[in-house]
Design a protein around this ligand. Structure first.
Ligand code: 5GP
Length: 182
């Protein structure tokens, strides 16, 4: 399963966590809903918000832009509610600078071959996009030692159990954002 499945399972187990809805310029996939899965923005609207300083972090991934809007984060952090960001590596590096208290977990695919099978099986990416995503995943894997925690996304039950333990340990240590990356 993908990172999204893992994170949904985490949110069920730790209901006080709130997931920030990211903005992206990619098109919605079948079954994705505006403002639930993502804030789907045009290139122009995304750019306008970049210029206005509306993003905590943003990055280009597989030819599209993705970012966390300040409006998703600020109120929650101010009131001490734990927020989960599901973001890729460049964004995680930005958050490390701007929100140093954030707990960062690298979610690793079991192998690149399982990732390939999942991407091909999902059937939403062109062969070029699959190759591009695999290359990015390989590059990201090389950066996993930057992260305080690494969870290998192998069997759902075990992976979510490890993630839950990390989150609970840090929640009891005090309020801080939690970042999930890979
Ligand atoms: P997908 O197109 O598969 O939904 O997402 C592609 C990648 O973008 C994933 O690695 C996902 O974690 C990352 N991503 C999603 N939202 C954000 C975001 O707000 N910021 C950053 N930097 N990456 C994101």
């Amino acid at each position: 399963m993908g990172k999204g499945t893992l994170i949904r399972a985490l949110l069920e187990r730790v209901p006080e966590l709130e997931l920030a809805v990211s903005a992206t310029t990619r098109r919605p996939r079948a079954g994705e809903t505006q403002d639930v899965d993502y804030h789907f923005l045009s290139d122009a609207e995304f750019e306008r918000r970049v210029q206005a300083g509306g993003f905590v972090e943003w990055a280009e991934y597989s030819g599209r832009r993705y970012g966390t809007l300040r409006s998703e984060l600020d109120d929650r952090l101010r009131s001490g509610r734990p927020v989960v960001l599901e973001i890729e590596l460049q964004g995680a590096r930005q958050v490390r600078q701007t929100v140093p208290a954030a707990v960062q977990v690298f979610i690793a695919p079991p192998t690149l071959e399982t990732l390939r099978l999942r991407l091909v099986g999902r059937g939403t990416d062109s062969p070029e996009d699959v190759e591009r995503r695999l290359q990015t995943a390989a590059d990201e894997l090389a950066a996993q030692e930057e992260f305080a925690y690494v969870v290998v996304n192998d069997r759902l039950e075990e992976a979510v159990g490890r993630l839950e333990a990390i989150v609970r340990e840090n929640l009891s240590a005090g309020p801080a954002g939690t970042t999930l990356s890979s």
